[in-house]
Design a binder for this molecule. Structure first.
Ligand SMILES: Cc1cc2nc3c(=O)[nH]c(=O)nc-3n(C[C@H](O)[C@H](O)[C@H](O)COP(=O)(O)O)c2cc1C
Length: 306
């Protein structure tokens, strides 16, 4: 029988101990020194009997707990299927997915209701009150009409985006689990620059200098069509709001929800938009001035006139 170390587990150092995380079956084991030696012996498929006698007890324990896997076993078949499907995304992506995959026995503790202040209120910066959504020039008010017309656009006209339209876009797409940072190039009555949207007061806070076209295009993954847009609304999410690691999935979905509202509103206002997830996180973080350890760049809505 040949054995090798499981390809669907990961070792972490936790409180000075090496912990093996079997992310397929959601089990964790503290690994002792002998386990380390035994696992190094089976980094590749090797005959079980090849390991020195003194390690055989540990090998049996590691095999019984799927830290070591027997060739041709059910676990081996499961791992081969996972590696086949997830191989190109590397070990971390599959570790995260399967570690946060919920099972029939999963429990869902209530998320903590209250948390610290929203990411930033930027009270000491220039703040611009925005017109409400009711004040905007809606071209289409029939939802079915809007749904039918809603599509991604990557060509924009030279006209400035009306401020009332920006007010409406942000008002209908803001919810405090996703932060909105409009990077303005061409909006009526608004200085070009980087802003943060405060959904509590329906105001913009100026948080950064104007961004030139090439820098904005670089932040949006070298997509040249972005340069002609009136603005790009970057979405970020804040970690603290979710207690479990599964929160990382939820915050992505939340940003998607926000963007769908914005996209439909843009269509209703006769504007054009396309969402982009092809961003350079680091450049977006620098542009909007957020702390990447606590606030995650998710993507951006590129908005312009027809
Ligand atoms: C999560 C997500 C990410 C996207 N990222 C990009 C992108 O980086 N660049 C781009 O040009 N379009 C992007 N799009 C737009 C899609 O290409 C577009 O939605 C798709 O082609 C369907 O076209 P439609 O929106 O007009 O129906 C993205 C769409 C979604 C939902």
């Amino acid at each position: 029988m040949r054995l090798r170390v499981s390809a669907c587990g990961a070792a972490f150092v936790v409180d000075g101990q090496v912990v093996w995380d079997d992310y397929l079956d959601h089990r964790q084991f503290v690994l002792g020194d002998d386990a380390d030696v035994a696992m190094r012996w089976f980094l590749r498929w090797r005959d079980r009997e090849s390991v020195p006698e003194r390690h055989r007890h540990t090998v049996a324990a590691l095999l019984a707990n799927d830290v070591l896997v027997a060739e041709g076993s059910q676990r081996d078949a499961q791992e081969r299927a996972v590696l086949h499907a997830w191989g190109r995304w590397g070990p971390i992506a599959r570790a995260y997915h399967f570690a946060t995959r919920t099972t029939r026995g999963s429990r869902f503790p209530a998320e903590s209701a209250e948390g610290p202040e929203p990411v930033g209120t930027f009270r000491d910066t220039e703040r611009i009150p925005l017109p409400s959504a009711e004040q905007a020039q809606w071209r289409h008010r029939d939802l079915l009409d809007v749904l039918r017309q809603n599509q991604s656009h990557r060509e924009f006209g030279p006209e400035a985006v009306p401020l009332s339209s920006l007010g409406a876009l942000l008002q209908v797409s803001s919810e405090h689990s996703t932060e909105l940072y409009p990077v303005v190039q061409n909006v009526e009555g608004l200085k070009p620059g980087v802003y943060h949207y405060d959904g509590h007061t329906h105001e913009l806070a100026m948080v950064g200098d104007p961004v030139n076209g090439p820098d904005l295009v670089a932040a949006c993954g070298d997509q040249p069509w972005v340069a002609a847009a009136g603005l790009v609304v970057f979405y970020t999410s804040v970690l603290w709001r979710h207690d479990s690691a599964r929160g990382y999935r939820t915050l992505q979905l939340d940003a998607g929800h926000r963007n769908q509202n914005l996209s439909l509103a843009a269509t209703g206002l006769g504007l054009r938009t396309a969402f982009t997830s092809t961003i350079r996180d680091e450049l977006v973080e620098e542009l909007i001035g957020c702390d990447p350890t606590t606030e995650l760049a998710i993507g951006g809505a590129v908005v312009g006139t027809a």
